[in-house]
Design a protein around this ligand. Sequence first.
Ligand code: PLP
Length: 423
Amino acid sequence: MNFHSMSVEELRTTRSDLQKRYDELCAAGLDLNLTRGKPGPDQLDLSNEMLSLPGEDFRSPSGTDCRNYGGVTGLPELREIFGELLGTGADRTLALGNASLEVMNDVTVFAMLHGTADSDRAWSAEPIKFLCPVPGYDRHFGITELYGIEMINVPMNPDGPDVEACAALVANDPSIKGMWLVPTYSNPTGYTVSEDVARKLLAMPAADDFRIYWDNAYAVHTLVERAPEPIPVLDIAEEVGNPNRVYVFGSTSKITFAGAGVAFFASSQANLDWYIKHISAATIGPDKLNQLRHLQFLRDADGVRAHMDRHRALIEPKFKLVLEILEERFADSKIASWTEPDGGYFISLDVIEGAAARTIELAEKAGISLTAAGSAFPYKKDPHDRNIRLAPTFPPIDELRTAMDGVATCALLGATEVLLGDE
Ligand code: PLP
């Protein structure tokens, strides 16, 4: 029954039924974890062949001895593959170290200290701000918070950030220097930015040194037949007269080995020159042996797509299960809504206003760890206290079933408490 149309008496009875179910849950002594979007061990096994690569074959197809120093832009053959998959082209795509997050951090620090390719004025010369589509990725917000960059929430819609809100903000405020964005199967909603929204974001009037951090971490991580074609953001940026506006990031973290993959950075030539100038002080070049083993293992863009099909076979049943449980436990009560992603690593669950932190607390006490309340928002402040990020990939499916069913009990109990105000 719909909780919102229950009488106080009905709500009290429902609360006490749920309390009994919750007590049983606590008595089960669970120790389950739904916090981080990590690949499961079975997904990692898919890439085990890489553990014995490159073997004696340490030269790249173009003859580079990958054991030696050099080649700050990365192996051309790998740039070719990911230039295709990210829609950025090999020439404008660099193959780098093991973490795209590090590149996002680096470009922020370089701009804070030295300004950008468009302005020598350091971002740190005055207070600056970033737009943050919410809910979003906690580690993005962690970077901007660390450097004292003020974060402004903008709503994330199914076709991308609320572009009118973004345009109105940046038009009147040149201290807004950047914007976080996960364009494909966004973390945590699973939403994908439409080309129309992308075009408007790239064209809107803004400061010369305004940058969109286009973090295409889930470009090929589809749960359906085929991932969407990448939006050619670098071409569009050029076409609309803002060639340096976008920084594109990607990585193989959730394709091969998380933490031992290859990161990619793509942008205009001016931005790449700027990045290479600064990064060349820090490194003589990336780990080319790791890049070579990726090349030998993945072979080409179709090789990556085929590999992602194998991931999909393992994780699609987990997403399906979570969505079934959400439907089964919440459909009648109307106390929750959730996204149904076609890809990525998360499902974003909204419970009734004021019940998310309580749900997470109840789950924690029952031995089910969920991402901390507010994590998907700047400063960890969910303005409505309603969002919970679910990460179905890591636990084995039986544990996932138990954990999700438990989370549903906690959310329902939390909702009765909120609706009863809690007496
Ligand atoms: N970007 C997004 C949106 C993510 O969700 C994640 C990991 O969860 C990362 C980046 C991390 O990428 P990397 O391992 O390349 O640093």
